[in-house]
Design a protein around this ligand. Sequence first.
Ligand code: FAD
Ligand code: SF4
Length: 464
Amino acid sequence: MNVARNPGEKAPANERIYVFKEIYQPLGAGEAADQAGRCLSCGNPYCEWECPVHNYIPNWLQLVQEGKLFEAAELSHKTNSLPEICGRVCPQDRLCEGACTLNQGGFGAVSIGSVEKYITDTAYEQGWRPDMSRVVWSDKKVAIIGAGPAGLGCADILVRNGVKPVVFDRYEEIGGLLTFGIPEFKLEKEIVARRREIMEGMGVEFRLNTEIGKDISIEDLLRDYDAVFMGMGAYKYMKGGFEGEELPGVLEALPFLINNIRQKLNTLPAGEAPQSMKGKRVVVLGGGDTAMDCNRTSVRQGAKSVICAYRRDEANMPGSKREVANAKEEGVQFLWNRQPVGIKQNADGTLALTLVTTRLGEPDEKGRRRAENVPGSEEVIECDHVIIAFGFQAEAASWFDAQGIKTDDWGRTVAPATQTLKYQTSNPKIFAGGDQVRGADLVVRAVYEGRQAAEGILEFVGVW
Ligand code: FAD
Ligand code: SF4
């Protein structure tokens, strides 16, 4: 209790706003051991329960404290396929660290996420690789559609159980939104590339630049593989439904973020111009992680000003509190309780965005209080770009009907966790997990579902 919480030194805002680099510095061995030593080893570790993959947190903290790094790496991979990535991008304040007993009395939670990333980062540097020596290989192979967290979680469990996973993705790199969504100031792309190297070393095969339904048919996969897992994410862009959304200068969040990432990766497709907010007045609409990433990407591109407008108050924002705080430090101005009602183009091509003030009414079906417009509260904001970040929904692929795959009213694939073969869809040979099944959510939950679905698949193909 004499040792303070230390999640890793944070780069000062006036330096980090110029670079696309992770803002938290890694912990050194001494710092990691000190943080691990802060764990009270609660009899009932609440952190484990709140962690969606139920990591053995107190156990690997103890191994770190004892300097047993390779053992800690093996143990952390028993429950999580992407520990160094979750350690970076999980909203720990809502999950493991939010449940840490040290929060009571104001001691500050153990920096669980930072220690989790330290374990794999450092063990890898020292030569650790997953122990595959006891794997007994079967003759089964499974096609995985989507190399995002769900697909990677599924591949990890399959390959550790001797089943060959072949992962198909339409993009040129693995990671799904880890690569083509989440910006480098939260997750540098070398970390995802390193995970690819680890997984290829384990026997996972990736076939990239390959879209199922276009380059290869689902029928081909069903013919050539013993089972199929779909982790195709949720990509249907949610619109605001107000006038002016189609105007030039009004941008969708994800293409904007991907364009920026591809500029850094040097993989912009021929014909796609690099986009920049340099010198522009930007307004971002939305209050989730995607909105925060658009705010902070615009800042780093040199925007003249960045305003983020959200229809509820700060306490009811869906995004990580840590990322909102980081955005504020980086100069983003927040307008809470504001709803967009229309955008017009001025004669000089700039935009006039009309917002109304909202007040919070009765809770909606998710328990969050509805935002109601206050009559006569309109205000107009002059700007150069509006970026719309209202989120994404899952949707059925063109081949779902022919394959008998059911979706619900929200476009989510029906693949229940609570059935004999976990995450099996209404087509017995096809399983699914991640955002495609839950709707847009978190990396760690997608990893969990991919891993759980792999267990269903292992039973289905007769390996378990
Ligand atoms: P995805 O990551 O979307 O991966 C799906 C993959 O399937 C993609 O690579 C796609 O190309 C591929 N695919 C789809 N259809 C086909 C096809 N027909 N053929 C071949 N390939 C196909 N979560 C956090 O926990 N922390 C964060 O900080 C965070 N920040 C975010 C920031 C942004 C901008 C966004 C959009 C999301 C963020 N999330 C965050 C949410 C998180 O990224 C997702 O919940 C997670 O990536 C879902 O994993 P998935 O594997 O289900 O889907
Ligand atoms: Fe915490 Fe996420 Fe790691 Fe679980 S996976 S211990 S929630 S950082």
